[in-house]
Write a protein that binds this ligand. Sequence first.
Ligand code: ZN
Length: 506
Amino acid sequence: MPDPLSRLYENVCRHARETALLNSIESVLGWDERTMLPAAGGEHRADQMTLLAGMVHQRLIEPQYGDSLGQLAESPLAADPHSDSGATIRRLKRQHDKKVKLPQSLVEELARTSVLGQQAWQEARQNDDFAAMRPWLEKTFALKRQEADALGYADRPYDALLDDYEPEERTSHVAEVLRRLREELVPLVEAIRGSARRPDTSILRRTYPTDAQKAFGRQAAEQIGFDFQRGRLDVTAHPFCAGLGPNDCRITTRYNERFFNESFFGILHEAGHGIYDQGLRTDQYGLPLGEAISLGIHESQSRLWENLVGRSWPFWESFYPLAQQHFPAALGDVDPDDFYFAVNDVRASLIRVEADEATYNLHILIRFELEQALLDGDLPVADLPAAWNGKYRDYLGIEPSSDAAGVLQDVHWSAGLVGYFPTYSLGNLHSAQIFAAADAELGSLAQSFSQGEFQPLRQWLNEKIHQQGQRYSADELVMRITGKPLSHEPLMAHLRAKLGPLYGIA
Ligand code: ZN
């Protein structure tokens, strides 16, 4: 017969697991919406998602569930915040305490606006019509401001929203880390712009048949460790990774016959997310120890496989001969050095998802600054396109010729994802810092990559990160793994070490 406290704990865990099941149903609908749903099905899908979001919210704020969490938080089970039960209680209580502040009507309105806003965005982007998007953005930012006010914040409204993606992170801290990154990144990008050396990127724009891309991408994903018994790869317009359950991880890509990078590096990226999801503890599914800690850490896993591994010379030592077999017409006469330089091309561009490893972070900085101004009310939505174009001129030296290639390119704001963008750059920073720690600890990673062997790195990431779930905060985790707080230095060191020799700059 279990004691009352254990019974209380079991009840709370069962409640959380069932909520996770409801959430995963929403994920299935979300995956379907982004891969299969006919345009006319949007209204009905919005009804489904709104109903589910409301049900999930009701469960999270149930008074009895909250009382139980309150009792458990004061009990010996929570005494050690990093123990299994301690971490579980702390995270669940934190989530409950946050959700309780949000009115049901606001939650449902946000869910509905997110689905309909995304659909409006698709059309607006296609027609290059910012005016059509404007009321949706105004509505979304007004709702997000209400959400921030309801949640409360210490410093800036943005803090309240950032917390959804980076629990316990602060806007001022992120801004400071990104400011330091920018100070060193802008001169590096300028030095590269001034270099006489340029890769021949036309080799990446030859013809790469879709079937061969499918086969090669799948082979690479499998080899770095994505498990196709527990996951799928499908086609979508805007690639993403969705964990639908403990043994069901969906990654997506899009194929462009005239551009090698799009699907190949996209697949490595999404497979990196997938390897994290597949590496979570299945026995803890639906509980904090079986869930990813933050979007920044999630993105660190995708960036690590995409860039630190997938754009490295040792990776192509083993993969280039395979690439030549898959694409004999495009790559038969291309030297591996030229191919390697081409996939590491750095240049200012307009589209975030096509940006290189270095300039990518400047795209994020622009969005991070604009969404804070929109939320604070310092920037009216009507002035957004002009502000967007001005920042591209200032940070990247180029300006979009249309809103479709400018402010309408990303789905995030129309989907209500405000506070999400900086997690991409946090992921880049984390990826370099984590990779440097793995390399120092394991040694000879380059040698194993050159032999097509990725298991030692994957195993290390699995133990240090994936299996930890939410036991530690993102900051604590990085400190434990790397011995240092988050810093821009490992990323800058990585970029200089790789790009310096390629572009002949110090
Ligand atoms: Zn990602």
